[in-house]
Each structure stands twice: as structure tokens, then as C-alpha cells.
Design a protein around this ligand. Structure first.
Ligand SMILES: Nc1ncnc2c1ncn2[C@@H]1O[C@H](COP(=O)(O)OP(=O)(O)OP(=O)(O)O)[C@@H](O)[C@H]1O
Ligand SMILES: O=C(O)CCCC[C@@H]1SC[C@@H]2NC(=O)N[C@@H]21
Length: 236
């Protein structure tokens, strides 16, 4: 399986994140210097048998994707670009949108640890996390089905960390942890560690009751009105 991973093709100013204490045990973390899209690469790995809990990250994405084929700007070393592979035994297609919302909650909780004031954060459904009224993170959930049976689901997460500027013409104003927190912005490894711990701590409870877990958390987090597109357009 490892041989199917794209090779490291470049070096960057910012080394790949490494956990000083080891990543949460549920996850196997692989890191690339550069990849087209961690979601795309992880899908190929999943089809080749990568296990539940596989996490693929990259310093840079050359074709990072948002919803509906939109571009996710992924400059080298500036953001966290990761995709998590899950093989839940029981999720249905009707429950897939809960995975996106749940991932937004996990990103929210992760960033709250560093931002300190949770009121600065908001989840904008279906798939965005906002900081100080600007988009700081996006989520792209993609599933693979065999008839009605879920083979696997990939949760792709992009968090803006070190960017000090963004391309013109974004659909919504953007920010980064660096812009919002200055020198207090955490390194990518700390964000990844907190994110994986959040998933590890809450994933099993989510699987047991997806709608219930999301409904409970909705009560104590700021949700912004989202853009809901035709269900048929959803990527899952
Ligand atoms: N690194 C980034 N940070 C913030 N925004 C980005 C970044 N890269 C791309 N974008 C913007 O995010 C969009 C993709 O996100 P998405 O498909 O969720 O759209 P959206 O503008 O959030 O609308 P919706 O309300 O439908 O979710 C891109 O079209 C681009 O405008
Ligand atoms: O806001 C969005 O539309 C979702 C953006 C999701 C970006 C992440 S970065 C890691 C993973 N790989 C991708 O190509 N996209 C997701």
C-alpha cells in the first residue's frame, strides 16, 4: 500500500508536523510534502485497503478541492491539509450530512483550544468554520458506496494557519490563525494533534447516535445560517 503513495517531491520551509508525544492511537498518520489533494490520494489508498483511522496529510496541495469541484487554496506549509479515513459499519446515506456537521464541530472544538474565546468561532453549515466572521477552515466529506452499504468515508479538513494573505475573489472573506492570533498562533502539529484527539474522543459516540450528538452540540455552539444546495448535488 505504501508504494501507492505519491513520493515526496519537494522540500519546504516548514517541516512536516510531528507529534512530540505520538499521535492519538486510533490514527495512523502519513505525511507527504506535496500531493494533488489529500482526499483524492486517500481515496486511492482506501480502495487499496487502507484501514479505518488512516490519516493522510500534506505540506502542500496542488489541486486542493472544496465542494462542487471548487478550489481549496493550499500553499506549502501555511495550512493544515488532512484527510481522515473511516470505515463505519452502520452509517446510511441519509446520515452523511451529519458527518460533515460533526467534523465542523470537531474543528470548532480544536480551534477553541487555541482561540480561547469560543464566541469568536462559528460553524457555518454545511461545511465551513468561521473565526472573527471569516472563513478559517473547510470540510469536504466524500463517501464510497457499494449499493446501500458504505465502504468508507473520507473527512477532508483544511485549516488556515500561517497565511498572511489570500487570493482575491474568494467566495467569502478568509482568515488564518496567524491573522487572528498573531504570534500566539499554534504550529500545525499542535492543531493536528488536537484535531485527532477530538475525533478519537467523540467518534464512537457520534456513530452510536449521529443525529443526537449533532443536535446536542448545536445547543452550545454558534451556528451561522448556511447555504444548502440541492441534496442531489451533495458529494456524498
Ligand atoms: N484556504 C482558503 N481559505 C478560505 N476560503 C477558501 C480557501 N480556499 C478556497 N476558499 C474558498 O472556499 C470556496 C470553497 O468552499 P465551499 O465550496 O464551501 O464554498 P463556500 O463559499 O463556503 O460556500 P457554501 O456556502 O456553499 O459552503 C472556494 O470557492 C473559495 O472561494
Ligand atoms: O470549504 C470547502 O469547500 C471544503 C474545503 C476542504 C479542504 C480540505 S484540505 C484537505 C482535503 N483535501 C482536499 O482536497 N480538500 C480537503
Amino acid at each position: 500500500m505504501a508504494s501507492r503513495l505519491p513520493s515526496r517531491t519537494r522540500t519546504h520551509k516548514d517541516a512536516a508536523p510531528a507529534s512530540p508525544t505520538g499521535w492519538p492511537e486510533r490514527f495512523t498518520v502519513r505525511w507527504l510534502a506535496q500531493v494533488d489533494s489529500t482526499n483524492t490520494a486517500l481515496k486511492a489508498l482506501a480502495q487499496a485497503g487502507a484501514p479505518d483511522g488512516f490519516c493522510l496529510g500534506a505540506d502542500e496541495q496542488t489541486a486542493g478541492r472544496g465542494q462542487y469541484g471548487r478550489t481549496w487554496h493550499s500553499p506549502a506549509g501555511e495550512g493544515l491539509y488532512v484527510s481522515l479515513l473511516f470505515r463505519p459499519p452502520c452509517l446510511t446515506s441519509d446520515q452523511m450530512h451529519h458527518v460533515t456537521t460533526f467534523a465542523g464541530l470537531m474543528v470548532h472544538d480544536t480551534l477553541a483550544r487555541f482561540v480561547g474565546t469560543p464566541a469568536r468561532l462559528a460553524v457555518k453549515e454545511p461545511n465551513d468554520v468561521f473565526l472573527d466572521g471569516r472563513k478559517v477552515a473547510g470540510i469536504l466529506v466524500e463517501a464510497d458506496w457499494h449499493g446501500a452499504a458504505l465502504r468508507f468515508v473520507i473527512v477532508g479538513i483544511g485549516v488556515n494557519i500561517g497565511q498572511v494573505s489570500f487570493p482575491e475573489g474568494l467566495r467569502q472573506p478568509a482568515t488564518s490563525l496567524r491573522l487572528a492570533l498573531g504570534e500566539a498562533a499554534p504550529p500545525r502539529a499542535a492543531v493536528l494533534d488536537a484535531l485527532l484527539n477530538a475525533f478519537q474522543d467523540h467518534w464512537d459516540a457520534f456513530l452510536a447516535d449521529p443525529a443526537g450528538v449533532v443536535a446536542v452540540r448545536r445547543q452550545d455552539i454558534c451556528f451561522l445560517p448556511g447555504t444548502f444546495h440541492d441534496r442531489q448535488e451533495r458529494p456524498y
